[in-house]
Write a protein that binds this ligand. Structure first.
Ligand code: BES
Ligand code: MN
Length: 455
């Protein structure tokens, strides 16, 4: 162990340089034009796994982007840890808001800036470096490891569920380890024990069969933008509750212990509002901010478009208007059921003067894990040791849809060892990741394998 820790200390600069190489590959899963970069990035991950001593690797082709698999099973009779991450990233737009280009990593104030720096290259690279440090100093690991690094997380992990089902025996493990979430606050060791689920919908409102002059027709023919706005305005009541029938039907109440845990985190609404430049917070009445973010379902428009949005003014009564809507779900809501209720509600409130179509995009199940699971406890011990503080337990407002499949198909506990920060601007311009967290993550991973092997 001493030698491993020393190795990490001595190779920090190199690790960071390699992370930069990883970040230079524009592996944007949503864009057709980056298809070649996706394969290149998968090959990069494979080469890094091999360098780390994970000699058995394979790139699995899918209908979409390739999945990287690697394993080292030299710890006979010991526990097996499956490490999951994603090498794909979100599109970097709007480009003009980046201080330095998204695929030219830049280091400023102890942070590394690039698309994917946090989500998720920086966070998954931690585990590859942890394996390398152990293999190069001890020639072995205290546990068996399997890596699954996919290329479609940011577009809904559509091909990964089947991959897990088809390779259930190969992926068999005692715990799944994922770093793709956040620390509670800078320098605070954190284990996340829950993720919200997701139902993503698109509403298209069609009025007249072509764009019309807003003077000649306004007042006689319904305007799809106006009607869409009314629909959107009908999603919440004055107390911030979602008005869709049965929306809350399957929502599980949180336990008293959990309420206490959240309270003990002493979250500051004021600081939070200030950080994001809003005068005050809003949301469902009767719940604290963290309760609303982690344990209550929500509905938000993600985009709305239609009509003339160019320079200057153009008088037009548009033919179409569209909105994209996400709903974040909590246990035991079902994404498919919620999609149905949403569709029914929108159709029911839509006026006859326009045609409304509702399309279901992707979804994911919510999860919440019991804290007393030995794998989760090992994770808590490991990060506590690496960060030198008491570990806190949090849930996340975001989603990682594949987590529920790991849990159900592989029947393994999932340890969410988040290393990012909510202020890291993931999915936004100037995404960054703390270099200190990057290194502490490597130590956390080493300690986790050590700790989990004791079981
Ligand atoms: N790493 C995020 C999940 C996340 C977000 C964790 C915020 C902690 C805080 C993940 O890559 C992600 O963005 N997931 C998507 C899923 C969707 C594309 C199906 C999400 O939550 O929007
Ligand atoms: Mn991610």
């Amino acid at each position: 162990m001493e030698a491993t820790l020393k190795f990490i200390e001595e190779n920090k600069e190199r690790f960071l340089e390699e992370l930069k190489d990883y970040l230079r590959i524009p592996s944007i899963s949503a864009k057709e034009e980056n298809k070649k970069d996706m394969l290149k990035c998968a090959q990069f991950v494979v080469s890094k796994l091999k360098d780390a001593g994970v000699k058995k690797t394979k790139i699995y082709k899918t209908k979409g982007h390739p999945i990287v698999y690697g394993e080292w099973l030299g710890a006979k009779g010991a526990q097996t840890v499956l490490i999951y991450g994603h090498y794909d990233v979100q599109p970097p737009e709007p480009l003009e808001l980046w201080k330095t280009p998204p695929f030219e990593p830049d280091i400023r104030d102890g942070q590394i800036y690039a698309r994917g720096a946090n989500d998720n290259k920086g966070q998954n690279f931690v585990h590859i470096k942890s394996v390398e440090a152990q293999m190069k100093t001890m020639g072995k690991l205290p546990v068996n490891v399997k890596f699954v690094i996919e290329g479609e997380e940011e577009v809904g992990s559509e091909n990964l569920t089947n991959f897990i089902k088809e390779h259930k025996a190969m992926l068999k493990c005692d715990a799944v380890l994922i770093s793709d979430t956040s620390l509670y606050a800078p320098g605070v060791p954190t284990i996340n024990y829950g993720l919200r689920g997701l139902t993503y919908m698109e509403i298209e409102v069609t009025g007249p069969n072509r764009d019309l002059h807003s003077g000649s027709f306004g007042g006689a023919i319904a305007n799809p933008i106006n009607e869409l706005a009314k629909i959107i305005a009908s999603f919440h009541d004055k107390n911030g509750k979602v008005k869709i029938p049965n929306f809350y039907k399957d929502v599980k109440k949180i336990t008293k212990a959990e309420k206490e845990n959240i309270k003990a985190l002493r979250f500051s609404d004021k600081k939070f509002a200030k950080e994001y430049g809003v005068r005050e917070l809003q949301g469902e009445k009767g719940y604290s901010t963290l309760e609303r973010l982690w344990t209550r379902p929500t509905l938000d428009c993600n985009g709305i478009y239609g009509g003339y949005t160019g320079e200057g003014a153009k008088t037009v009564l548009p033919s179409k208007a569209t909105a994209k809507v996400s709903m974040r779900l909590v246990p035991d809501q079902d994404p498919k059921k919620i999609a149905k209720e949403f569709t029914k509600y929108v159709k029911a409130i839509a006026p006859k003067s326009v045609r409304v179509s509702v399309k279901e995009m992707h979804g994911g199940h919510p999860v919440a894990f019991p804290l007393d699971d030995p794998a989760i406890q090992a994770g808590a011990k490991a990060v506590g040791k690496a960060f030198g503080k008491k570990t806190v337990f949090t849930r996340e407002g975001g989603s990682i849809p594949i987590v529920v499949d790991f849990r159900k198909i592989l029947n393994a506990p999932v340890v969410l060892m988040g290393l990012g920060l909510d202020t890291d601007d993931i999915h936004s311009p100037n995404e960054h990741f703390s270099i200190d967290s990057f290194y502490k993550g490597i130590y956390s991973s080493v300690y986790f394998m050590e700790e989990f092997s004791k079981k």
